[in-house]
Design a protein around this ligand. Sequence first.
Ligand SMILES: *Cc1c(COP(=O)(O)O)cnc(C)c1O
Length: 402
Amino acid sequence: MKNFNPADNIQDLQYFGEFGGVNPSISDSSTYTFLSAKTMFDTFEGNMEGCYLYSRHSSPSNLYLDKALAAMEGTETANVSASGMGAITPTLLQLCGTGDHIVSSRTIYGGTYAFLKNFTPRLGIKTTFVDITKLAVVEAAITAETKVLYCETVSNPLLEVADIEGLSKIAKRHNLTLVVDNTFSPLSVSPARLGADIVIHSLTKYINGSSDTVGGVTCASREFIDSLKNVNSGASMLLGPTMDSLRSASVMKNLHTLHIRMKQHSHNAMYLAQRFEKDGLKTVYPGLESHPSHEIYKTMINPEYGFGGMMTLDVGTLAKANELMELMQAKNLGYLAVSLGFYKTLFSAPGTSTSSEIPLEEQTEMGLTDGLIRFSIGLDNDIERTYQMMRACMMELNILLS
Ligand SMILES: *Cc1c(COP(=O)(O)O)cnc(C)c1O
């Protein structure tokens, strides 16, 4: 782990635009000319480094962002996509075919859960969902057909932490590919350094950070990324979830402030989590000692980026949760909205929104209660002031007394 700092790795990249601009020029072309017909043929065959063919395959702007995100995760290379789901689904379809089996955490993003539960069975791919925090349970679910172990570093919405080093040992023992969705913890955790084979992000969240676009990335070995982009058999190339060059250029500009933003998100979330826990509210935040995975998470993070900006509070009932969220929005403390990583705090009740794909009885079993509010804590300058304003809302609704 020594000498690896994801933000320094991004900082160390240097760009010269076409005209000496400090930002690389945006490649505003879907197709590219060749000076010789032979070069075009070789590029089709995938043998021409530095030549572009067609922008669904790759474009200069996308390659710049690929390179920066690969540097951040410490993988050989990366492939950006039009959305997080546009990274997750081709990656899994590249790794698995009919008859194959996936072992996945049961607390994952609702869209990924729906894909594995409802969609991939149509293609003959089966998934077993497990409690990812119990390594023995994970290993027991592996069969002769298992190809992939799938999890999120910090899971949505319950903030369970996956022991990536432990899972990596299991994956190696059984010759599986460990795929980790690191959307909730960019910079804080470097899954590939802990043994993950493939690291995925929804760029829509922290990495872009301005809630103005969707985007995704798969960070992996050159061999795997080449297979995803293969013109004859690559799931990304053939399914076509390509990011637009204008977007990748704008995401990259936002990536350059990610380290500053993550520190502030983490600082603010830690502050509120500590205060609300002390006030007696059921608070889940990986930075709290009361969090079941606090000790392991402490050993996994690059400490300067903290425990992240996601926190949950349980206010008892869905009715109370809804009242509180509406009041907080009215007081301009944030927005009642899904997603995360925005400058302003976002809150939603996951049972009725982002995790609504998960059947009710399964939600109960995994501890997803009705009164749970998921917060993506914003970049507020004075977090004590925010705390006092949130507290006033809770007292008005008798969620907090005195
Ligand atoms: C949002 C999200 C996704 C999906 O990303 P999109 O950009 O919305 O397609 C995947 N995983 C996690 C953890 C997410 O939060």
